[in-house]
Every structure is written in C-alpha cells, then in structure tokens.
Write a protein of this length. Structure first.
Length: 498
C-alpha cells in the first residue's frame, strides 16, 4: 500500500471521527433538552394540582373563609420549585394566615389580593435560603404567573364568602325584626266577609282597621283565587301560599299566607299574613350572585382547560416525539428501557391531563352539543363501573337552550352519576333526556339502596343543594324521590326558551 493510500485512509478516519463527535454532541443536546422538558413538565403539573385543590375549596360551603385561607397557604409550597425551602403567608386586613415554617426573608415575591378594585391583602412567598438566580431572583417566571393567579382566585373567594356572610347576617337581622312584629291576622265568615281585623294591619297594608273593614271582603285585600274552599274543608289548613299585593301607598309586597278552618270571633276562616318581601329580594340577589359565580367558575374552568390542552398538551406531544426519535437512534438496550419508561410517564401524564381538562370543562359540550356530551359522560362512567346504564336521548333543537342551561344539565347528570357511584350500590341505571311539552326534562333512576332525608348522600347534601341551585338558575326545578332500599329518581325540568 502506498504512502498516498495510507494518507487518504487517515484523512477518511479523521473525518469519520469528527462525524461521530458531532453525532455524540447532538445526542447529548437532545438528552439535555429531554431532561429540561421533563423537569418543566413536573413543575407545571405541581402548579396545576395547587390551582385545582384551591378551586375545590371555592365550591365548599361547609368551611369558613378563615379555613379556606389557612388551607390555601398549606397548599402553596408544594407548587414552587423548592417546596422544602418554601413558606407562604396571607395577610388580610388584621388577619394573618401562614405556614408553620414561615419566616420573612429577602428571597421573596408577593401579589396583591384585590376585591372590587380595592387592595385588601397580600399573598407572600419566601424561600428560607438562597437559591440559584432565575427570572425573578430565585423564582421562575411561571411562579410569578402562579402567585398572581392564586391572588386573583383568593380575591374571588373572599368576595363570595363575605357576600354570603353579609347576606346571612342580613337575613338573621330581618328574621329577628320580623319575629318581633305581629303578622296581619283576619277572620272571615263563609261569605269571605270580615269578622275580625288585627289592630296592626297598617304595618303591611297601609290601611287602618276601619279602611279595611269598609272593603267588606277579604278578596279585595288579597285578591281572587287564593284558595279552593273544598280543599280547605278537606284539609282543614292550607299553608305557605305566596301572594303579591299592593298596599295603600302603591308599594308591592310579597306575602306568605296561611289559611285555617276555625270557629272564633264569629267567623270560620283564619288568615295569617306575613310580609316576606325582604326575604324574596334577598333570595333574588343571592340567585343572581350564585348565577354570576357559577358563570365565572365555568369560564375560568374553560380557560384553564384550554390553556392546559393547548400549552401543556402540545409540550407533551412534542416531548413524546423527541423521546421516540431518541429511542430509534439509541443503540443501548438499557437506554431503550429508560426511554420506554419516560414514554410511559409521558403517556400517563397525557391521560391525567385529559382527565383534568374534561373535569374542568367538557370540550365535547362545546364541540358537539349537549346530547353527545351527555352520551359521552354516561359512557365514560359506564366503562369503569360494574352497573349497567340504559340511555335514551331525544334530540332537542339547540336554539331551545342557551349554554348555561346546557352546562347545568351536564353538571347535574355528572353529580347524579357521581352520587350513584359513591353511595347507591346500584346495579342498573336508567337515564333519559327529552322535551316534554314546554319543558326540557332529564330523568336519572337507579335501583340502589336509596336514602331518607336524614341520610342524604354526601354528608350534609351539598351536592344535591348544588344540583337544585343549578336547576333554579335556569328557571327550572329539581325533584328527588328516594326510599331506603328502593333506589332514587332525580328529575330536572327547565322551560324551553322561546
């Protein structure tokens, strides 16, 4: 072999070595990118779990605002990059809620808590020791976004809790006030003519005793069709009749009227009238607030679901592709096994992400409509349970319901199925959705163990209260029939929109 041939081979070998070095460097870059992406994924999952746990506190009605805030500070450290060195504090007016290890340090970040445009408190996160510099001191830019989101969420929680407490105090004050004032009482004969008029009739009606007596007949005071005489004779008493009246000053009142058969004061029928105007207004205000809160919750859930799906979902897909590419290039069986473990972890994370997104906002409801969303929900429950579901859905024209009505039907069915899984021990479930005359009707029946009023599923029955509230906010009603040992039947009815 000539010197030129040897020289040529040496050059070729050198070129080959350089190519191998380049491939090794590139593989190292891919592995480093994979490690960084995996770490970032873990951080985002921690943040998601924190927000999800806090959002679950929002819907609980059995804990006070103070308990919500204290539980929130305990949830926060786990979502930060160095949880073992993280502490949290919420300062609200003169109240302070903090983790047991809280200590104010120079490595901190904070966010204002605002309600109705007014600064009412501060959320503060501190590291207990120095950490490597990042986007904001030792904190990541994602942690700045997270603390701002938590502070905003706390503002909504505080506003809701304070409103509920103020309403409760107002209702209690009205109850005490009304209980100290005698109701308006009347006695009439068989012809509805007055035989007795209480002295304080002017408090509700604005008329004096003489002016009421001059009317001659109680129908002129309370209106026609207040009762069925035959029904009163059969039952002896009819309670809680709601009636709208206008007093002497043209002011409208909501009355709760009780009627009873008697034999006093020369008459045969006793009327007791209580003014419930303030209570009705409070109920309307609470209903409006509940509707707004539920709407805000659904919008926030939809936003979180879309962000998770679009951002983290895309990252997971890209990460899976990169791992598959790396696996194809790997020559080591050990590395292949490690890469397969990473693939399994990514797939598990993707499955969990999809489950969380569906829980936050059922995208099938937005994409395909209520009927297919209900069917998808039922099939999802049926696939993982040991009971059989019989489903009957009659298509309803979309213009006959708005998005709030659709999500209410979906959430009520979701809660009903959850209660069946947790409490009923049912073997067969029957579900139907259709239009009956001017109503949209959802029926859910099971052959489980049933319950009485004293054994409501879900402890104090907040799930059932939530279902009733959602039905009421759509102008509808929720009826629950159940007997121990004989199953449960839930019916939701909502008027068709014109």
């Amino acid at each position: 072999m000539s010197f030129e041939d040897l020289e040529k081979q040496v050059i070729e070998l050198q070129d080959h070595v350089e190519r191998l070095k380049g491939e090794a460097a590139k593989r190292g870059q891919v592995e480093e990118a994979l490690r960084v992406r995996t770490h970032e994924l873990g951080e985002r999952v921690k943040e998601l779990r924190c927000l999800y746990a806090i959002s679950n506190l929002v819907v609980r009605q059995d804990i006070s605002l103070e308990e919500v805030l204290q539980r929130t500070v305990f949830l926060i450290p786990a979502a930060w990059q160095y949880p073992e060195f993280t502490c949290a504090r919420i300062m609200l007016d003169s109240q302070v809620f903090k983790t047991d290890n809280f200590k104010a340090t120079k490595w901190n970040q904070s966010s204002d808590i605002v309600v109705n445009g007014e600064h009412i408190g501060t959320l503060e996160i501190c590291y207990l020791e120095d950490k490597p510099q990042s986007d904001e001191g030792p904190f990541l830019k994602e942690e700045r976004n997270l603390i701002n989101t938590i502070a905003k969420q706390l503002g909504l929680i505080i506003h809701r809790k304070r409103t509920e407490e103020a309403l409760h105090e107002s209702e209690e004050l009205h109850r005490i006030t009304l209980s100290s004032i005698s109701d308006a009482v009347f006695v009439t004969d068989e012809n509805d003519s007055f035989t007795y008029i209480c002295p304080n009739v002017d408090i509700i009606f604005g008329y004096s005793v003489q002016e009421v007596n001059s009317l001659g007949n109680i129908k002129k005071l309370l209106g026609d069709n207040l009762l069925n005489p035959d029904e009163l004779k059969t039952l002896g008493e009819i309670q809680n009749i709601e009636r709208e009246i206008t007093d002497k000053g043209e002011k409208k009142h909501s009355l709760l009227v009780n009627i009873k058969r008697v034999s006093i004061k020369g008459g045969t029928v006793l009327y007791t009238c209580r003014d419930i105007t303030d209570r009705k207004l409070a109920e309307e205000a609470l209903s409006a607030l509940s509707k707004k809160i539920i709407s805000m919750q659904e919008k926030e859930r939809a936003r979180l679901s879309h962000e998770l799906h679009d951002e983290i979902g895309q990252q997971l897909s890209a990460l899976r592709l990169e791992i598959d590419l790396l696996k194809k290039r790997s020559q080591s069986r050990i590395k292949e096994e490690q890469l397969q473990a990473l693939i399994n972890m990514v797939e598990d994370s993707t499955t969990e992400l999809r489950r969380i997104c569906r829980g936050l906002r059922p995208t099938v409801l937005d994409d395909l409509g209520l009927e297919l969303a209900l069917e998808s929900l039922v099939r999802e429950f049926e696939a993982h349970r040991d009971f059989v579901i019989e489903l009957s859905i009659t298509p309803v024209k979309e213009h006959k319901m708005d998005s709030e009505t659709a999500i209410s039907f979906y959430r009520v069915l979701q809660e009903a199925l959850t209660n069946i899984v947790r409490h009923s021990e049912a073997k067969n479930v029957s579900i139907s959705f259709r239009q009956e005359n001017s109503k949209l009707v959802l029926n859910v029946k099971d052959d489980g163990k049933g319950f009485s009023d004293r054994t409501l599923p879900g402890g104090k029955g907040f799930g059932i209260l939530g279902m009733r509230e959602r039905a009421a906010l759509c102008g509808g009603s929720l009826e629950i029939k159940s007997q121990q040992g004989k199953g449960t039947h839930i019916t939701m009815r909502v008027p068709v929109q014109k």
